[in-house]
Design a protein around this ligand. Structure first.
Ligand code: IVH
Length: 697
């Protein structure tokens, strides 16, 4: 074990930094590429921390490939566009054995001598081109339009299985390796789940949440790779398989051998690839992975078949879009046939109704499917769904399986058409459907139990009042027992009401009894009490006004300062706040006009919650930049965040891209040349940090 000694001299520090960098990179390779770690996570972290400390003390000794950079580092404000040295072509797709036979016949017409294919998995992610110079990763570029893509090097550096420094080997001085960046299914499930909670906490309704959630791991990986802050990228672990090398000098005779070489230099190459000589062997490979794919930890959407020999590849050449020496076979999306048992309806926090198909359990893509979303009444009509229909369920990119069709030949005689619910399944109120909207709502927002429970859950959420000693289950239990009816009731809870209280938790599939003990009651009450210190903007968000998410709440709080001013504001006054539109304004006015809400707010005021902004004396607000837009790009003496804050407090507005409407571009060091050119072309005023500071003097 290496022990950190407090004040090292520079020579010793250099030796230690070099040693730690090398060792930790080796550990990363063993762990991420070979999946054979030979150090505990704990010891790894200890060494990493030691390296971080030394690097902080001696920044000039940091290596370009330092493992500390892998946990997120520099912020790339906008991606530079890079022209691909070798165009990034896509592959021709086939979906049937016949099409594959045609491909094989075409090749056999041109290549008369003996030849073989390599079959590989078609990873469902994003193509990336990695350029290495003298064994060092110098650039990572996305596919873009195939001719040019985005430079996402900083983000790619957070991917632990991508080596920043190759192991010693016979690699060319400069070459490009292409591969696929993807996210493992488990990571996706966990992160998307967290994201859902975050969106719920922001006050979005089910429909909006479903729209925003990442649809599948590829979608998430793509969103991640395009993020501006590589620290955020590092929080969403990505992975990468490499599958093709481009180089001006020859590396090997065959594709197969070059993959082996790439592996020896430290690249992660999937071990699921195989040389095949005949079509039968190819079909066997395809069929094997059409079944096996559900057991893989990542998604594949087909198989790629490549002619192995490079000379033969050259002979075959390219069409305008694709190589003639490779093709992809795409799997059909997986579906299963099962019986619809009944349609039930879920009620969300905002009263939005989601119809759910309850199915006879069926195996699909490695999981048992019991339910499928039916989205809305239109979808049920579109499917012409009848009672006890046999339905096809598919797991496309979506997380929740969906019904793609009905097998009408199996429909029972006289089976009735499914009619959409007229009443709320929870409170019996007549459902409404607003003009132009597809979703039905239960309008009984002050009475309907799931809506009320949902509002309280939102209120205690991490980004709202942060009462983490309470959870959804306890809230539901307290509500069912009649101890709380709304979030203001939380502040009237005490030992007497809570200790020993019994309630049931869980859904229909599994119910459990719970009883509150003195210790957890103490925690609950402590959490509630602490929440009285939560600042006004978060209290405002916690109230759960429709369309008032975290950002809108902040804007309203900063503009009006007190709850009374917001409650008394007219639609016009509300719209005057930047980025508050008519729809939001209407919801705010509606919320504060509601007698029940007025009562709840009075109770919360009595309980001592923060309903006014605390004035920050250190910030001097002016209108000097009112109506002006700014783009801050490059590096400056001050931090970019500081400059942006100065723009805001002086009445200006920050924007994220160069457009005609932009008033000022504050240009710093190292700003992207593309951006500068665009701004010059559009005649936008380009100013320095100094000139900007003079504007607000
Ligand atoms: S080879 C010229 N191999 O599928 C060679 N591509 O439409 C081109 N892909 O853009 C790529 N797995 O993003 C190759 N084993 C694999 C692949 C693969 C996934 C992606 C890649 C490419 C697209 C083809």
């Amino acid at each position: 074990m290496i022990i950190f000694t407090a004040h090292m001299n520079e020579i010793d520090a250099k030796i230690k930094i070099d040693e730690l960098t090398k060792q930790l990179n080796e550990h990363n390779y063993n762990y991420y590429t070979l999946s054979q770690p030979n150090i505990s996570d704990f010891d790894f972290d200890l060494q990493l921390k030691e390296l971080e400390k030394l690097e902080a003390e001696f920044p000039h000794l940091i290596h370009d490939d330092s493992p500390t950079k892998k946990v997120g580092g520099a912020i790339t404000k906008e991606f530079e566009t890079i022209k691909h040295k070798y165009p990034m072509l896509s592959l021709g797709n086939t979906y049937s054995e016949d099409e594959l036979k045609d491909f094989d016949t075409r090749i056999r017409k041109i290549i008369i001598e003996d030849f073989e294919y390599v079959c590989e998995l078609k990873f469902d992610g994003l193509a990336i081109g990695l350029t290495y110079k003298n064994g060092k990763l110098i650039r990572a570029v996305t596919r873009g339009d195939g001719v040019q893509g985005d430079d996402v090097t900083n983000n790619v550096k957070t991917i632990k299985s991508i080596p920043q420094q190759l192991k010693p080997g016979d690699y060319p001085d400069e070459f490009e390796i292409r591969g696929e960046i993807f996210m493992h299914r488990k990571t996706f499930d966990k992160l998307n789940d967290d994201y859902r909670k975050e969106l719920e906490a922001k006050g979005l309704d089910e429909e909006e949440i479903r729209e925003k959630l990442y649809k599948n791991p590829r979608n998430f990986a793509s969103g991640t790779l395009k993020m501006q802050d590589s620290k955020e990228v590092a929080k969403r672990p990505l992975d990468c398989f490499l599958y093709f090398i481009y180089s001006d000098v020859s590396i090997a005779e065959t594709h197969f051998d070059s993959l082996k070489k790439a592996e020896s230099w430290g690249f992660q190459v999937s071990d699921q690839y195989k040389k095949c000589k005949t079509l039968d062997e190819i079909f066997a490979f395809i069929n094997k992975y059409d079944i096996e794919r559900t057991n893989l930890s990542y998604e594949i959407d087909g198989v790629v078949i490549k002619v192995n020999n490079y000379h033969q590849q050259q002979e075959l050449g390219f069409t305008a879009k694709n190589p003639r020496w490779a093709i992809s076979y795409k799997f059909k999306s997986q579906s299963a046939l099962t019986v619809l048992q009944k349609v039930t309806y879920q009620v969300g926090r905002t009263g939005a109704i989601t119809p759910v198909a309850n199915l006879k359990p069926v195996q699909l893509a490695g999981t048992t499917v019991k339910r499928a979303s039916l989205y809305n009444a239109d979808e049920i009509d579109r499917l012409d769904l009848h009672e006890h229909d046999w339905v096809f369920v598919e797991k496309g990119g979506e997380i929740i399986p969906k019904i793609t069709g009905v097998d009408i030949s199996k429909r029972q005689l006289f089976s009735a058409k499914i009619l959409y619910a007229i009443h709320c399944p929870e409170c019996g109120a007549a459902l409404i459907r607003k003009e132009g909207e597809v979703v039905h709502y239960c309008p009984n927002e002050n009475v309907c139990p799931p809506q009320l429970k949902g509002k309280i859950e939102h209120f205690i959420g991490r980004k709202a009042m942060n009462i983490d000693s309470l959870g959804a289950e306890t809230i539901s239990g307290l509500y069912d027992k009649g101890v709380i009816k709304n979030y203001a009731d939380l502040y009237e809870l005490n030992d007497e009401k809570l200790i020993g209280l019994e309630f049931t938790v869980g859904d229909d599939d599994e119910k459990k009894k719970r009883s509150l003990q003195a210790k957890s009651v103490e925690n609950i009450l402590k959490g509630i009490n602490l929440s009285k210190k939560i600042p006004f903007e978060r209290v405002l968000f916690a109230l759960g006004i429709r369309m008032v998410g975290e950002t809108v709440a902040k804007k309203l709080a900063q503009h009006f300062y007190t709850i009374d001013k917001i409650a008394n504001a007219t639609i016009e006054e509300l719209i005057n706040v930047h980025e508050i539109g008519e729809k939001i304004a209407e919801q705010v006015v509606k919320f504060f006009a509601d007698e029940n809400n007025k009562l709840i707010i009075e109770k919360l005021k009595t309980a001592g919650l923060q309903f006014e902004m605390v004035h920050d004396e250190s910030i001097v607000r002016t209108d000097k930049l009112l109506g002006q837009t700014f783009l801050v790009s490059g590096t400056f003496i001050r931090s970019r965040d500081e400059l942006k804050k100065l723009i805001e407090v002086n009445g200006g507005r920050n924007v994220s891209g160069v457009a005609k409407s932009l008033n000022y571009l504050i240009a710093g060091d190292k700003m992207g040349p593309e951006k500068l050119k665009k701004a010059t072309d559009l005649n936008i005023k380009i100013i320095s940090e100094e000139e900007f500071m003079q504007m607000i003097q």
